[in-house]
Design a protein around this ligand. Sequence first.
Ligand SMILES: Cc1cc2nc3c(=O)[nH]c(=O)nc-3n(C[C@H](O)[C@H](O)[C@H](O)COP(=O)(O)O)c2cc1C
Length: 237
Amino acid sequence: MSDFLKIIQERQSARVPFDPKCPVSKEDLNQILEAARWTPTAHNMQNFEIIVVDDKEVLERIGHIKSRISEEFLRENYEQLSFSREELLKKKTGILGSMFPPDWVDPAKISEAVKNAMPMPLTQSVRGSPMLLFVVYDPRKRAPASHGDTLGFMSLGCAMENMWLMAQSLGIGLQILSSFSASPVESEIKKILCIPEYLRIAYTCRLGYPTGSSKYLRVRRDLEDFVYHNCFGKAML
Ligand SMILES: Cc1cc2nc3c(=O)[nH]c(=O)nc-3n(C[C@H](O)[C@H](O)[C@H](O)COP(=O)(O)O)c2cc1C
């Protein structure tokens, strides 16, 4: 296997606490940012800006923001869950329900769970990360003739993958935190980081050195499940 494919396959979501005493070095950060700099973007618009946050006090302020779980998230999350390793291995897409509290993964209990859920401080998501990267974009702009700016969003995803693979190659853990882009959390973060009103947070990356291994079942479809040859539905021989 090529070294590059190995990095791609070994990249994973680091869903474990990071060592707060082990900062990401300036050199490593520069490499991750350099990887972002060379992201392919629609029309080379380079439609993102990145705010690096490693100041303890700022991280603490962000950690104090409280978020609430939404019913929409839990209901749609449920669609992607498997309830045993065997089910996940068979489905080959989605994640394990055991990653969430039991009443978040029982459709009969979701409404009640949302009503009773206490607002949670973001520090529970930050989990000791010595560094957060906030990737922001301007929703008033779009790639030419790209309705809904689909091409712009793809470009933001390219930046994510470039940074993630670079972090992986440097032995740095990375987890995407989508919930930091949801309102009203996003507005609170924007205030703390002085992000102009017109920008949106596309996603947040937590970076650091994992304190343990992120051991969870990772599945992927096989090539024959999604690759066709010359005609949709026709298998590659
Ligand atoms: C756009 C996007 C948003 C994501 N949001 C989250 C998130 O909020 N929390 C999280 O733990 N993982 C998040 N992930 C990671 C995916 O859940 C993960 O990539 C997928 O389950 C495959 O697992 P792997 O990254 O370990 O290969 C996100 C990934 C992408 C591309």
